[in-house]
Design a protein around this ligand. Structure first.
Ligand code: ASP
Length: 439
């Protein structure tokens, strides 16, 4: 059995947290490859080391004195080293970082030092081999992650090691510069390492016991999801990003490696399993509910639209030309609605409207703002009668007006559009009907 274990920032924010992590790793010899994040927040108002590094580098870039900021960062690491009683000094590393900051090595380089240094501490603490991600995780000339080149190089390197620490979040470009993934990207590194070593399980350790059925900011103490498929999770991506980076699915998906989200502060909890496919029924008809506010609907009408070949393409072309991605495109016989993120759309709305008029010649275009989309997702909804009926009667009882309904033929999800102001009430109503009333 081979496991790759990734620990998030809050799991590694202090010496005490490191000790919990050490115990977790030593409790199972299969936990052979470790991917650390940078130290995160120790308490609510604390600052993540990654943010301290961005701020420090911004000062350096302005040509101002950044020594105090860098000292504060060093202090964070020195406290961890002292708390763990390690015989390790990061003096030399910080001299190099200072020099590189002065030479303007780049914002990504700066941010990456958070996991680089934490990786050094982790390797010393566990007595594992340290492997610098810049040497084995590659981006191409365009800055896109080069999955195949990375997999080959990293696989060759890691298969030689029994144990290793590979810092999360960064790699390098063909010209040797350090580049990071987007924020939260250590999850992606963990997934890349899991693929490279052909792991049996990718454990992603964080500060919650997995994905909740619904957002805990809306529902008090929601239940955790036991098992969810990659596809379901994608459908729930509105909520996923805070627990797991969306792109972390892709590398492990190539090898069908399950991801287990675990809680460093409650390691005995089962957490959530993310798998390719499963015969396990979820406890409820639905696996999860997620949603987001801040959408705009562009309603386009044209007589005889249904018989006009290419109408949809022309409309969507306009969005593409304006660099706007769409979320959903429900349609009627003479109508087509495009749902977009309001903040992406706002500045370009008039260009889009005139573009659609020019290309697709509709009769009318009407824009409706401040909408929310809610995804009700569940593999058990397939072929199950009455799910949609229960959702809509629950919404009606809660006095929520439904503005849009979209169900794909996969029967994996039902998407509902409501007003922003009805968002919380709608989620509560759906949770209550499927979870609370089933208890
Ligand atoms: N430290 C980085 C961040 O704060 C990456 C990560 O933790 O995954 O975004």
């Amino acid at each position: 059995m081979k496991k790759v274990v990734k620990f998030g920032g809050s799991s590694l924010a202090s010496a005490e947290q490191f000790e919990k992590v050490g115990k977790i790793i030593h409790a199972d010899t299969a936990r052979r490859f470790v991917v650390p994040s940078a130290p995160g927040k120790r308490f609510k108002e604390d600052t993540k080391v990654t943010d301290m590094l961005y701020a420090c580098y911004a000062t350096a870039e302005e040509g101002k004195d950044f020594s105090t900021q860098l000292k504060e960062i060093k202090k964070r690491y020195d406290e961890i080293i002292a708390g763990l009683k390690l015989d390790l000094s990061l003096e030399e590393e910080f001299k190099t970082i200072e020099k590189n900051f002065k030479e303007k090595a780049g914002k990504d380089y700066a941010a990456s030092r958070g996991e680089f240094l934490n990786g050094k501490i982790m390797a010393a603490y566990l007595q594992y081999q340290f492997i610098d991600s810049a040497e084995f995780i590659f981006f191409d000339e365009n800055g896109d992650f080069d999955a195949e080149k990375t997999d080959k190089a990293l696989s060759e390197r890691l298969l030689k090691e029994k144990n290793a620490v590979v810092p999360g979040f960064y790699g390098s470009t063909p010209d040797g510069k350090v580049k990071t993934f987007s924020r939260g990207g250590s999850d992606i590194t963990g997934s890349i390492v899991a693929r490279a070593v052909h792991a049996d399980i990718y454990e992603n350790w964080t500060d919650v016991s997995g994905f909740m059925i619904a957002d805990p900011r809306i529902i008090d103490n929601p239940e955790a999801i036991d098992t969810i498929t990659y596809k379901e999770l994608r459908e729930l991506s509105y909520m996923g990003a805070t627990v797991l980076h969306e792109d972390a699915i892709f590398p492990v998906r190539k090898e069908g490696i399950p991801i287990n989200i675990k809680n460093t502060n409650a390691p005995e909890d089962n957490g959530t399993w993310i798998v390719e496919s499963t015969c396990q029924k979820s406890k409820y008809v639905i696996t999860g509910i997620a949603g987001k506010k801040g959408f705009c609907a562009i309603n386009i009408e044209k007589d005889m639209m249904n018989s006009e070949i290419g109408f949809g393409r022309k409309v969507l072309n306009v969005f593409e030309d304006n660099g706007i991605s769409f979320e959903h495109v429900p349609s009627g016989i003479d109508t087509l609605t495009v749902f977009v993120h309001q903040d992406e759309f706002m500045d370009k709305e008039q260009q889009v409207v005139s573009g659609i008029h020019r290309l697709a010649k509709p009769d009318t275009i009407d824009i409706e703002a401040d909408l929310a989309l809610i995804a009700v997702v569940g593999r058990c909804m397939k072929s199950m009668r009455g799910t949609a009926g229960r959702i809509f009667s629950a919404l009606a009882h809660a006095n929520v007006n439904v503005k849009m309904i979209d169900q794909g033929s996969s029967e994996l999800n039902i998407i509902i559009g409501v007003c922003n102001s009805d968002f919380e009430a709608a989620i509560k109503a759906i949770y209550n009907i499927f979870v609370v009333s089933q208890l």
